[in-house]
Design a protein around this ligand. Structure first.
Ligand SMILES: Cc1cc2nc3c(=O)[nH]c(=O)nc-3n(C[C@H](O)[C@H](O)[C@H](O)COP(=O)(O)OP(=O)(O)OC[C@H]3O[C@@H](n4cnc5c(N)ncnc54)[C@H](O)[C@@H]3O)c2cc1C
Length: 509
């Protein structure tokens, strides 16, 4: 590479994480950065998930940036369109657009140990960067399981995160595969228009009522006139969730009471005992994400819906066959089967100091210091990295904590001065992860008796944070430089060494 573009920071992704990083960098006085986005607009999750019924499970006043409060949220739990609008607004308000490069999928990022920078190959060209911030999202690459006979299906197939709005579902026989957060929003949204809906359920979710309502004009007026009321509302929503954490992390048995509420929610809508039996989970509530819906169970009780309490195992033309042998003829299949979480594709594309990819280095399980930096990957930081997910609160809180860490990381590089990189010590990464895994042992995610996407193929929980958001914020307030090795360019480091040696010889003489 001779003539090329060089930036101080390259941020990958323009969802909450990438846009938040951009705002934070500007606030730190850093303007020499780009945001590389593979799609044509900002928004990430909220751009890609446009399926019918898509909405947030966390109240909007908490699921938004603390530095960009929105007094005008129309509902307690906003729908996808409003959140997407909010993110477009953040990009405009904070003048981020000149930094964003759309249609710029990062194909590879390689660390150059001589030059101490990252070389990035993107769909729109190459560039180098001192620091890479990967904000590609934990739930951004849809996963469709390998199903025997998949190719024989003659109908329409799509994933919930890639909804085909041109395909008319009216009157069709539709199969919904999966019963996660997206599926339980899709089912009631499409049930009325489809001819027949067959839900393939491997594991039933726990579903609690959703306290969703319009935010009144009076409330919005108050939030506009007195901004501290927006903050107070956010604070209350946050505090309630902080208090719940202990039950998830230390006393899962206490969650038994919550199971009773969820059962009552089901019993209100489902009168058929056989259907209730199919829909009753056999694991502790909270082990998988607790889902919120007032419409899911009523939709399942409708006569045009069938629940197959078994996973899809084979496709023979138009016939879908479940693991228990149940068959259903369908015209379309909607996969609500989640995302590549513990095997995120960006990890394949990032090659560190030893020429090893992040995916290779994480073969035994994802691990990063304070959820952000990985051994062997200098000046590379992940937003929503390993063990930063939440079971009960807003991911924006975790993203903002990580942005504090990023800001201090940038300050530390400036203080060290010159061409320099920080790479976390293996002992520091191991120490952090051992502490996290130790705390994980008692949590409902590990002891609740379920198999969830929080666990990797080795059964290790590398996705969820086993504590409060306050604890995580504390842990990421500052970069402890002692946890890092300071790396200098080889020539500079060698001449510094020889200068030191010479000085020592002179003083000895
Ligand atoms: C349907 C759904 C509902 C959710 N509901 C909630 C909720 O209620 N509460 C909650 O806290 N969280 C929720 N989440 C989690 C949500 O993903 C996070 O809250 C948050 O939006 C993640 O933001 P992000 O910026 O890290 O990732 P994303 O929003 O996923 O953004 C990542 C961006 O990176 C881009 N990208 C990926 N790879 C590349 C590449 N190689 N090159 C260039 N660009 C790339 C993507 O195109 C995308 O724009 C939900 C997720 C989904 C899918």
């Amino acid at each position: 590479m001779t003539e090329h573009e060089h930036v101080r920071v390259a941020v990958i992704g323009s969802g909450f994480g990438g846009l938040g990083a951009a705002v934070r960098l500007r606030r730190e006085g850093i303007t020499d950065f780009v945001v590389l986005e593979r799609a044509g607009t900002v928004g990430g999750t909220w751009r890609d998930n446009s399926y019918p019924g898509c909405a947030c499970d966390v109240p909007s006043h908490l699921y938004s940036f603390s530095f960009a409060p929105n007094p005008d949220w129309p509902r307690t739990f906003s729908g996808q369109e409003r959140i997407q609008e909010y993110l477009e607004g953040v990009a405009d308000t904070f003048r981020l657009r000149p930094h964003i490069r759309f249609d710029s999928e990062v194909k590879q990022a390689r660390w150059d140990s001589e030059k101490l920078w990252w070389e990035l190959d993107t769909a729109s060209g190459t560039l180098t960067a001192d620091v890479v911030v990967s904000a590609t999202g934990p739930l951004s690459d849809p996963k469709i399981p390998d199903i025997k006979g998949f190719d024989t299906f003659p109908g329409k197939v799509f994933h919930s995160a890639r909804w085909d709005h041109d395909y008319d579902l009216r009157g069709k026989r539709v199969a919904m595969i999966g019963t996660g957060a997206s599926a339980i929003q899709i089912v009631p949204a499409v049930q009325k228009e489809v001819g027949r809906l067959t839900l393939f359920q491997r594991t039933p979710p726990w579903v609690m009522p959703r306290a969703d309502r319009n935010i009144t004009r009076a409330e919005r007026w108050l939030h506009r006139q007195l901004p501290f009321t927006t903050q107070a509302r956010r604070g209350l929503l946050w505090g309630i969730r902080e208090l719940q954490v202990q039950a998830f992390t230390k006393r899962p048995n206490e969650l038994g009471m919550v199971e009773q509420l969820a059962k009552r929610n089901m019993h209100r809508a489902i009168k058929d005992p056989a259907l209730r039996a199919k829909l009753t989970p056999d694991y502790r509530i909270g082990c998988k994400r607790i889902l919120l819906s007032n419409a899911y169970y009523p939709a399942l009780a409708r006569p045009n819906v069938d629940v197959v309490a078994s996973g899809l195992s084979e496709i023979r033309g138009n016939t879908l066959v479940a693991a228990d042998g149940t068959e259903a003829e369908v015209d379309a299949i909607v996969f609500g089967t989640g995302f590549h979480v513990t095997d995120m594709p960006i990890a394949e594309r990032v090659v560190g100091a030893d020429g090893v990819s992040l995916a290779e280095s994480w073969k035994g399980g994802m691990a990063a210091l304070r959820g952000a930096t990985a051994a062997g990957f200098p000046n590379f930081m992940t937003i929503i990295g390993p063990n930063t997910g939440l079971g009960n609160s807003s991911m924006i809180l975790m993203i903002e904590a990580q942005l504090n860490y990023l800001a201090d990381y940038m300050r530390q590089l400036t203080v060290l001065g010159g061409r320099v990189a920080l790479t976390p010590r293996e002992t520091a990464v191991a120490g952090w992860n051992n502490r996290v895994q130790d705390r994980m042992k008692r949590t409902v995610w590990n002891t609740g008796g379920c198999d969830s996407w929080y666990l990797d193929e080795n059964g290790r929980n590398t996705t969820v944070w086993p504590g409060t958001t306050t604890e995580f914020r504390q842990a990421t307030r500052r970069v402890d430089v002692g946890e890092y090795e300071v790396v200098r360019p080889p020539v500079e480091a060698a001449s510094k060494k020889s200068r030191t040696k010479k000085k020592a010889e002179v003083s000895a003489a």
